[in-house]
Ligand binder design. Structure first.
Ligand SMILES: C[S@@+](CC[C@H](N)C(=O)[O-])C[C@H]1O[C@@H](n2cnc3c(N)ncnc32)[C@H](O)[C@@H]1O
Length: 188
């Protein structure tokens, strides 16, 4: 499908971002089921992924965090905060260790200086992996994270492999080929 068609499809379905179709593909791969469970959406604004989960998996409880504001979504608990401070959010902290799925579409603002951007992405990804490890339930937990194709990808994957039984790298069809964006997912 042409890239603009993804944006049109998102609009037609009332989704806030075309990113929902990337998530959809990965959820299909991990065979995510609509059973009771909690989902943590990290870097959630404008809210496409949270919308997608609550609409297609109505049994889930969705918690979302972003440093930017997010227009409210019925059934989604949103907190405006930097993920560096996630443990300070009482509602999230008290649910630590009980999430079935952690999804992260976080991307730092790019500076245009390649080495700095790679370092910033890496720092945010390492933090996100450590949050996933602490907030996921101990068994049957899944984690999906956006990252970028660069020389740190292998290290991130190895880091995830220490904790998750299965780790995969995946480039969804809805992801712009030239963007370098890629997703890592892990299942425990
Ligand atoms: C690509 S967008 C997410 C799109 C979202 N998945 C959707 O479908 O609508 C990435 C988000 O990560 C957020 N972000 C970046 N750094 C962050 C941080 N340190 N803490 C919290 N959110 C952050 C940005 O504000 C931005 O809204």
């Amino acid at each position: 499908m042409h890239l603009d068609s993804w944006a049109k499809k998102a609009k037609d379905h009332g989704y806030r971002s075309r990113a929902v179709f990337k998530l959809e593909e990965i959820l299909r791969k991990i065979k995510f089921e609509n059973t009771d469970g909690k989902v943590l959406d990290i870097g959630s604004s404008p809210g496409g992924w949270s919308q997608y989960i609550i609409r297609n998996y109505p049994k889930k409880e969705v918690y979302a965090i972003d440093v930017l504001d997010m227009k409210s979504i019925d059934g989604v608990f949103f907190v405006k905060e930097d993920i560096h401070n996630i443990d300070e959010i009482e509602t999230l902290y008290k649910n630590k260790g009980s999430f079935e799925l952690v999804i992260s579409d976080i991307a730092p603002n790019l500076t245009g200086i390649n080495a700095v951007d790679i370092e910033n992405v890496y720092e945010l990804n390492i933090l996100t992996i450590s949050i996933a490890k602490r907030y996921l339930q101990k068994t049957n937990g899944c984690f999906i994270m956006k990252t970028f194709q660069n020389n740190m990808l292998k290290i991130l994957r190895e880091n995830m492999a220490i904790y998750f039984d299965m780790v995969q790298t995946y480039k969804p069809a809805a992801s712009k080929k030239q963007s370098g964006e890629i997703y890592l997912y892990g299942v425990k």
